[in-house]
Design a protein around this ligand. Sequence first.
Ligand SMILES: [Zn+2]
Length: 357
Amino acid sequence: MVTRYCHRCKVPRILVAEHTWGPNGTIVLSRDPTHRMVIIDNVALTNILDSISSRIGIPLDEIIVEAKRKSGRHFMDALLSGVKGVIARNLISARVYQQMSKQVSMLGLGHAEVVSYKRHRFLEGIAADVYSAPALAGDICGAFESVERCRAVARFEHRENGHVRIQISRTDRQRSEYEDRFVYRPQPALPGDNIFELCPVCKAPLELGRQYAFDMDRGLIHEVKTGHRAVLTGVMTLNNLFGELEKELGEEIPHSIMTIEKERVKEVITGKEKALDFSEAGYQRFMKTLRLRGMGNGRNVTMTGGHVEVRVDNPYYEPLVAGFLAGFYEVATGEPAVVEWTPANQGYTDVSLSPAQ
Ligand SMILES: [Zn+2]
């Protein structure tokens, strides 16, 4: 019998079948390589959203639901294109949601069950171990809009036992083009030549099973070393969410996100006993973490005095990559850094780190 998890490396077989780890620091959907995925620390993501929320003094729930609704619909539209979509939309829409709840678990977003469903009208579900209530509500709302081909609104409420009830209902309220605009356009990925050591049984990168523990019944992925929860999410989705935050809250958002990530990385690496290797080789080793997670491909590092220039190909989000590198810099030098980065219009970002004085 084929089990759900590989007996050798313990990674879910479906996860390996549906994703491809590229040699260029990216993870893509096997059936649609234009959709890029990333493994992100959910504690860090929650921390970013909470920190922004408390800085500006308002909850971000509405922005998160909206951003996720748009990217969720965009994602399902792509998945349901062609004949498959016609069948799904006309014959088996109820089954689409069951299938979707399996996807939710596989990606580590929690465990969701359909409670009631009426075609073209509403969808109600109960979810446990949810990675983020507004994010999941937005994800499901976007999928509903795509499957049912209508506009919908999402409501969610926290119940006892940490459960979340999510209700999606059709709305006849018109939206402007602007409200439905999808902001993020992905760049074509640059090639790379990293080689992962693969599990001989299931062909997953061996590091994946070493670094992460998977529970597909509860929809949980944990990083073994930190105990932090991790989720697999679309790069497009993440960029769209941060893009919406920037649009709503101002241009300083990317810099805030960089700073929050920098502080998190500092906390993670400060506790280590071994002194950091502040050299070009040390940076290269540190950046290997990015590849397995699909965050990008660290390339050149040049150090001149206290100044460090790093090029990262295919960064999943430039400010987060910059924050990741800056955290290492500040712990290694014991000094605050001036952090700058270039937008990855050509597929790469140049991150520049220098002493503050
Ligand atoms: Zn395996």
